[in-house]
Design a protein around this ligand. Structure first.
Ligand code: AMP
Length: 251
């Protein structure tokens, strides 16, 4: 994998007004999406943002893993794609996210992590929000090079507790090998973090992701943040980007 990524973080946003409105309607629904390659840190950052903003963290990958573990029709259909590192078809993914966003805990909005991953998914989300009288607050793009994504994914170990603390064999090893520092649960590697699946995931998933980056950049909604600094610095940069987007929403 080469470092030939071409994320588009530099286009100027079209911002100006001071409230989020669609027509004359004001909406309390706050939806932010997190865009970035597998291993960019979307999950870790989304959990911090969820706590900071008081919005539920909705991760499409977690929803698929739960559906597969429960053996639901969505899980059974998604498994073949998931196991080979491919994207699950848009229709199934959009339906699953829409159902999740209709749950009561998402009444005031959500941080979407890993969705949308294709332009049709981004359009479907826009339509969903428009029908609820609002629009996306911003698309947070965590920019990490492809070489760094491979390095992170291949050394990644995750705890089995609900917080899913993330470790790295070299960068961030646990104090006791194989055990989470925080909740004492066993660490494991995700099945799709196996070396050949990592390459497949990046090859299949990065090109549509760059299209999603362009889609949001063209609409003035992209909030790009450098993702190769310390996790706390990434969080601060994301919170600053959100503050700025709220102060100057897209007209
Ligand atoms: P993640 O945990 O976000 O890395 O997602 C794990 C896997 O779930 C991906 O490799 C895809 O197979 C599937 N997946 C997650 N989100 C999406 C999405 N928005 N569209 C299609 N497939 C997805």
């Amino acid at each position: 994998m080469t470092g030939a990524r071409r994320g588009n973080g530099s286009r100027p946003a079209r911002r100006g007004q001071s409230t989020t409105t669609v027509g004359d309607e004001r909406s309390a629904l706050r939806v932010l999406v997190m865009v970035g390659g597998p291993g960019a840190g979307k999950g870790t950052q989304a959990r911090y943002l969820s706590a900071a903003l008081g919005l539920p963290h909705v991760a499409s990958g977690d929803l698929f893993r739960d559906a597969m573990a429960e053996g639901t029709p969505t899980g059974l259909e998604a498994k073949a794609y998931y196991d080979r590192g491919a994207l699950v078809p848009d229709e199934l993914t959009v339906r699953m996210i829409a159902e999740r966003l209709d749950q009561p805990d998402a009444a005031s909005g959500a941080i979407l992590d890993g969705f949308p991953r294709t332009v049709p998914q981004a359009r479907a989300l826009d339509g969903f929000l428009l029908r609820r009288g609002t629009r996306l607050e911003g698309a947070l793009y965590i920019d990490v090079s492809e070489d760094e994504l491979v390095r992170r994914l291949s050394g990644r170990w995750i705890c089995s507790g609900p917080a899913q603390h993330v470790y790295h064999v070299v960068n961030h090893p646990p104090e006791r090998p194989g055990i989470c520092d925080f909740d004492g649960t066993e660490l494991s590697q995700r099945a799709d973090d196996a070396a050949d699946t990592i390459v497949a995931r990046l090859e299949k998933q990065l090109p549509p992701m760059y299209e999603v980056v362009d889609y949001y950049a063209e609409r003035g909604l992209l909030l790009p943040v450098a993702g190769e600094t310390r996790a706390s610095e990434v969080t601060d940069a994301l919170l600053r980007a959100i503050e700025h987007a709220v102060a100057e929403p897209v007209t």
